[in-house]
Design a protein around this ligand. Structure first.
Ligand code: GDP
Ligand code: MG
Length: 175
């Protein structure tokens, strides 16, 4: 099978580890994942091709952090995650994207922007809501894909990964 490495980036606490564990192990643990970097592998099939995805679940970024060079080594695509009930995590997406491009020395890299925690949207929990339109607009401006997810309810998680893989492989539309 073909080997592809992707990285999951974004502010702390947006659900990067929860999304990764949901995708790789099909479970959600309502618990605190330590803020460390972890590698996972998972087999996926896209069309008729089998892929081994290596997924780097990063520790998270903020405006001051440098991106770990090792986590980006060999990366073919990135998922940048924000929480749709935390505006600060949305506002840092573009900066994270810029840092990634800077680090890779590229003008562009296949990217999917993930709006996570959509199950909390109507919950009253509010660190500054971000509506779908804003997320979609940012993604369009950055030339990235956009997927709304809930790691908790397993909504959109597989779709996000497959969209990213399609972007990496240059595949348009359905297979
Ligand atoms: P990370 O720091 O970005 O890796 O975030 P974690 O995966 O550790 O998640 C941070 C917190 O948000 C934890 O308490 C998770 O249980 C919670 N969480 C993650 N994803 C979701 C989601 O989709 N919905 C809800 N309600 N909580 C989530
Ligand atoms: Mg984490």
């Amino acid at each position: 099978s073909k080997h592809r490495k992707i990285a999951v980036m974004g502010a702390r606490n947006v659900g990067k580890s929860s999304l990764t564990v949901q995708f790789v192990e099909s479970r959600f643990v309502e618990s605190y994942y330590p803020t460390i970097e972890n590698q996972f592998t998972k087999q996926v099939v896209l069309g008729k091709t089998a892929y081994t995805l290596e997924i780097c679940d990063t520790a998270g970024q903020d405006e001051f952090s440098l991106i770990n060079t090792k986590s980006l080594m060999g990366v073919k695509g990135v998922a940048i995650v924000y929480s749709c009930v935390n505006r600060a995590s949305f506002e840092i997406v573009e900066l994270i994207r810029d840092k990634i491009l800077d680090q890779l020395g590229l003008d562009n890299v296949p990217t999917v922007i993930v709006a996570n925690k959509i199950d909390l949207r109507d919950s009253g929990i509010n660190g500054g809501r971000v509506d779908s339109r804003e997320g979609a607009e940012l993604a369009a401006r950055l030339g990235a894909g956009f997927v709304e997810c809930s790691a908790k309810l397993n909504i959109g998680v597989e779709d996000a990964v497959l969209q990213l893989l399609k972007r990496i492989e240059g595949i348009d539309g359905d297979l």
